[in-house]
Design a protein around this ligand. Structure first.
Ligand SMILES: [Zn+2]
Length: 222
């Protein structure tokens, strides 16, 4: 395992630092492994993005990875409206099991519309709209997320090739467009009575590759 100092000492290219800059690293002990947590600041927005890493990820071999967009309600408030919390935990567990990998925690809440608008969208969903219709009603596109900031983060760690845990083909295409080698690893998350419609809409309207799965241990299917 590479000590964090040698990872964080990798120089950023001039092009990378235009988008975001590396700030600091520390240990992140979790129930599954003690990861390294690395912070970056996006120049244009001031947003703080994170990378959670484990093991030697700079050896040129494909790295088990997840691009996780922040979901305050799902990641930290245990919301069962979406599958974000279960995906975050599932990805960290897989990285811990493999003792090697990276999770980029990207601060683009609510597929990019922000927390307040996401809560507005949830209120519209309570009146019958699905997740895509609610975004449209608020004047937003289906998905405003950009993965361009991933490039300097991955380059910071010397990563070129990824085994990406995702059900979203847009993420694979985005990484390939940024010049990375990316193959998909399925991330199976169980549905709950609260997120079944959300998952169905992601499959039918946003092109997600959903596999029917039994109830996940991190879920509370009733
Ligand atoms: Zn979520």
């Amino acid at each position: 395992m590479l000590p964090s100092e040698s990872v964080s000492a990798l120089p950023l290219t001039a092009a990378s630092t235009e988008l975001l800059s590396y700030s600091a690293s520390c240990a992140l002990p979790t129930p599954w492994a003690t990861f390294q947590l690395h912070a970056f600041i996006e120049a244009s927005t001031g947003k703080e993005h994170l990378a959670i890493t484990l093991g030697d990820i700079s050896d040129g071999q494909p790295v088990l990875a997840r691009l996780h967009s922040e979901c305050l309600t799902g990641d930290t408030l245990f919301s069962q409206r979406c599958d974000c919390g279960a995906q975050l935990e599932g990805a960290l567990r897989k990285i811990a099991a493999e003792e090697r990998g990276i999770l980029l925690y990207l601060r683009q809440e609510g597929r990019g519309i922000g927390l307040i608008n996401k809560i507005r969208a949830y209120a519209l969903q309570e009146q019958g709209a699905d997740t895509v219709e609610a975004n449209h009603e608020l004047g937003f596109a289906d998905d405003l997320r950009s993965y361009a900031i991933c490039a300097p983060m991955l380059k910071h760690f010397g990563i070129q090739s990824l085994k990406l845990m995702t059900n979203n083909p847009r993420k694979i295409a985005a990484l390939q467009a940024l010049g990375f080698d990316a193959e998909r690893i399925e991330l199976i998350i169980g549905s709950t009575r609260f997120n079944a419609r959300y998952l169905a809409t992601k499959a039918s309207k946003l092109g997600h590759l959903m596999t029917a799965a039994p109830a996940h241990s991190g879920n509370t299917e009733k």
